[in-house]
Write a protein that binds this ligand. Structure first.
Ligand code: HEC
Ligand code: HEC
Length: 198
C-alpha cells in the first residue's frame, strides 16, 4: 500500500511539474543531500567522509550546519579544504540548505555516551563544548557545535585554524578569544583531538 501511494504521489508530482512548469516541488532534505552530491564527500550516512580531514556531519546541530554551509557558499569561511566543497554550494538556496541541514541533524552520529574527560577537561574545551562534547558548557552561550566522535584530523586542523585566525566566520571569535584556547599548544591540540575522536 505504501509503495503504491509513493508511486502515485511521484506520478502526481511529475504530472503537476509538467502542467505548471514554473512551480517547483520542494524536495526533502535526504533527497537533496544526494541530488546535490553532498554524499560523494561526506558519505551516504553523512559520517563516512572520503578523507579523514573532511568532517563527519551526522547528528550536528541543524542551525550550525546551515550557518557553515552558507558561510562556505559566500566564502566567509574559506579555511582548510573548504575550496573543494565550494562549487557544490553554488546551486543551493536557503530553503535547500535548511532542508538538507535538518536531515543531516537527524542522522545518528558516532558520538559515544558519557563524558570525554582527560585533556578535553584540562584544556578548557569542556567550558563551551560540554562534558560529553555534544552539549553546551557553562560558557557556551548556546552556540557551540558538537564535537564528540568527530575525526581527529579534522578537529586538529579546525582548532588550529580558529586559534590562528584562519577561520573567523560565525562564532569562531568566541572560541579564539578564550584564554584557554589562546594558551593551547600543538601537543595539547593533538591530545584533545584524540580524546574527542574516541
Ligand atoms: C567535494 C567534497 C565535498 C562536497 C561535495 C561537499 N562537501 Fe561539505 N565539506 C567538505 C570539506 C572538505 C569540508 C571541510 C572544509 C575545511 O577544511 O574546513 C566540508 C565542510 C562542510 C560543513 C562544515 C562542517 C562543520 O563541522 O563545520 C558542512 C555543514 C558541509 N560541509 C555540508 C555539506 C553539504 C550540505 C554538501 C552538499 C550540498 C556538501 N557539504 C558537499 C567537502 C565537501
Ligand atoms: C569560549 C567557548 C569555547 C571554548 C572554550 C572552546 N570552543 Fe570550540 N567552538 C566554540 C564555538 C562557538 C564554535 C563554533 C564556531 C563557528 O560558529 O564557526 C567552536 C568550534 C569548534 C570547532 C569546529 C567544529 C567543526 O565542526 O568545524 C572545533 C574543532 C573546536 N571548537 C574545538 C575546540 C577545542 C579542542 C577546544 C579546547 C581547546 C575548544 N573548542 C574550546 C566555542 C568554544
Amino acid at each position: 500500500m505504501r509503495s503504491i501511494l509513493k508511486t502515485l504521489s511521484i506520478g502526481l508530482v511529475a504530472v503537476s511539474g509538467l502542467a505548471i512548469s514554473n512551480v517547483t516541488v520542494a524536495a526533502d532534505g535526504g533527497t537533496l543531500y544526494t541530488q546535490k552530491l553532498c554524499n560523494t564527500c561526506h558519505g551516504a550516512d553523512a559520517k563516512t567522509p572520503i578523507q579523514p580531514i573532511y568532517p563527519k556531519l551526522a547528528g550536528q546541530n541543524a542551525e550550525y550546519l546551515a550557518a557553515q554551509t552558507k558561510h562556505i557558499k559566500d566564502k566567509s569561511r574559506s579555511n582548510g579544504q573548504t575550496g573543494t566543497m565550494f562549487p557544490f554550494t553554488m546551486s543551493l538556496n536557503d530553503d535547500d540548505i535548511t532542508a538538507i541541514s535538518g536531515w543531516i541533524a537527524a542522522q545518528p552520529s558516532d558520538a559515544k555516551e558519557g563524558d570525554i574527560g582527560g585533556a578535553f577537561v584540562d584544556k578548557g574545551c569542556v567550558k563551551c563544548h560540554g562534558a560529553d562534547g555534544q552539549s553546551q558548557g557553562a560558557e557556551a552561550k548556546g552556540i557551540a557545535p558538537k564535537l564528540a566522535g568527530q575525526n581527529a584530523e579534522y578537529i586538529i586542523a579546525q582548532t588550529k585554524d580558529i586559534k590562528d585566525g584562519k577561520r573567523t566566520n560565525g562564532n569562531a571569535a568566541e572560541m579564539a578569544g578564550h584564554a584557554d584556547v589562546k594558551a593551547i599548544t600543538e601537543a595539547d591540540i593533538k591530545a584533545v583531538a584524540e580524546a574527542i575522536a574516541k
